[in-house]
Design a protein around this ligand. Structure first.
Ligand code: PLP
Length: 349
């Protein structure tokens, strides 16, 4: 909705924006190989991209060790989150357990447009998912548990063994949707992903996106991995073959498994993040240590006013209110963007 993206919309129209730090994008991408792949795909883009999508599906499913029947591609992960919202709202009879604050797209869509109940479970004092409280919040009406790991907007990760045990136990009662949009920023994505639980036959849905570390937010490529029956239940809402453009599919083929590019993007992200940490410390602020490409820190002024004032200075960031505090979330950008943040922030702190 416009309201959801109003800050972004303002920023897009803002003529002197120096730093775009409001949407957790990766300004170090897409890779040169991905850009070349887009150009290469142009000549044949009068054709439907059946073969490219088949090739991309084969590449990802082979690397993840899952069957094609356990996989569905989307134009980013958003359409798949939206499909899940429709499915698990169950015509108003569903109830979705999700952390608060967390990425709210799925539970908000489900509750706002499809009349589901949204059960919000506060985070632990160290801003992680409170898995015990989430388990207790499940009742006979619960149709889905949504977990964003790493969590947006706090940048925190839950203990992998604990999350796997939670998913294995809970998914016997109700499906668990694990949104892994930021997993590529972790030191060991393969060891952290819940795709293992899907492979073991549990009723877990894992969502991934190329929008973050691959730098594909504008190219729109994402996917889910789940049990074949679950994938079938998504089919009325989305169709893999028609989901993405030939250019994006070819770019994803070039970017997937490009470890050199991903390592370099991660290195630059971490350098900018360390710079931001130092700025915050120097100005006397604390922050939530982040495992992602964004950092959340408490403000000592009204957060909406802070965002407006930063925007006037050409720096787009986002605001939150929770735990009776005002918060700012800064996405990690290029070093020049972090310096623009610093300059504007010093005037307000
Ligand atoms: N999931 C999470 C946790 C996100 O933060 C975002 C975007 O910021 C998305 C999903 C949607 O991303 P996309 O539709 O670009 O894959």
């Amino acid at each position: 909705s416009y309201k959801r993206f109003s800050e972004q919309a303002i920023a897009r129209d803002f003529p002197t924006l120096k730093a775009r730090l409001f949407a957790n994008e990766n300004p170090f991408g897409p890779s040169e190989k991905a850009k070349k792949a887009i150009v290469d795909a142009m000549a044949n883009s009068y054709q439907y991209p059946f073969l490219l999508i088949e090739e991309l599906t084969a590449k990802i499913t082979t690397a993840e060790g899952v069957a094609k029947e356990q996989f569905m591609i989307g134009a980013g992960s958003t359409p798949l989150l939206q499909a899940a919202a429709m499915i698990f709202a169950k015509n108003g009879g569903g109830s979705i357990v999700a952390a608060d604050p967390s990425y709210d797209y799925l539970p908000e869509e489900a509750s706002k447009f499809f009349n589901a109940k949204w059960v919000k479970v506060p985070l632990t004092p160290d801003y992680k998912h409170d898995l015990d409280a989430m388990e207790k919040a499940i009742d006979a009406n619960t149709s889905l548990v949504y977990i964003c790991n790493p969590n947006n907007p706090t940048g925190t990760v839950v203990d992998t063994a604990k999350l796997k045990a939670f998913c294995e136990r809970v998914s016997k009662r109700v499906p668990v949707f694990v949104d892994e949009a930021y997993i590529d920023y972790l030191p060991d994505p393969k060891g952290t992903t819940l795709i293992d639980c899907v492979k073991k036959g549990h009723n877990v849905i894992v969502a991934r996106t190329f929008s973050k570390l691959h730098g594909f937010a504008g190219l729109r490529v994402g996917y889910i991995v789940a049990q074949p029956d679950m994938i079938k239940s998504f089919e009325p809402y989305s169709s893999s073959w028609g989901a993405i453009a030939a250019t994006s599919a070819n770019a994803a083929l070039a970017s997937y498994g490009d470890t050199d590019f991903l390592k370099e993007a991660l290195k630059k992200t971490n350098e900018s993040k360390e710079y931001l940490y130092a700025v915050l410390k120097k100005e006397g602020y604390t922050y939530i240590p982040s495992s992602t490409n964004f950092v959340m820190f408490p403000l000592n002024m009204d957060s909406e006013r802070f965002v407006e004032e930063m925007m006037k200075r050409g720096v787009g960031v986002r605001s939150w209110k929770f735990n009776s505090k005002e918060w700012c979330r800064v996405s990690i950008g290029r070093m020049d963007e972090m310096k623009a943040f610093e300059e504007a922030f010093k005037q307000l702190s």
